[in-house]
Design a binder for this molecule. Sequence first.
Ligand code: ADP
Length: 140
Amino acid sequence: MAIQRTFSIIKPDATKRNLTGQIVAKFEEAGLRIIASKRIQLTLAQAQQFYGVHKDRPFFDELCEFMISEPIVVQVLEGEDAIAKNREVMGATNPADAAPGTIRKEFALSIGENSVHGSDAPETAAEEIAFFFSGLELVG
Ligand code: ADP
């Protein structure tokens, strides 16, 4: 499997509870390298654009309000099979369904406040990385 890049967000519920370091440790233990990282706070318009694919879902407004409620940490992770590996380390969307040892099992508060975002496919990874980072900020 080739080296891939994926996009990650440490969400407001996790930054608020000072869990950034513990979450980053999970990525690194899984062999994912952090090749770009910054702490930002989204505007509502940015959150709505980023989650545009979910705009017709009943939880869209709640999700966008949550994502702007506190700063977030956006990162690019690199490694073998990084997209699937990151999804595995994150665990299922709903922490009640997440496997033991995963980030969401250990840290998520609910299906909405679930601590992390990770790209689900190569195309979305490329789009999401470009949404937040310039090429100059990716230091592999
Ligand atoms: P994932 O983040 O695991 O890829 P989705 O793409 O399905 O999951 O959903 C995006 C995000 O929307 C989730 O991570 C979660 O924060 C929120 N979300 C998903 N389903 C619900 C729900 N039923 N109620 C509230 N928020 C939800």
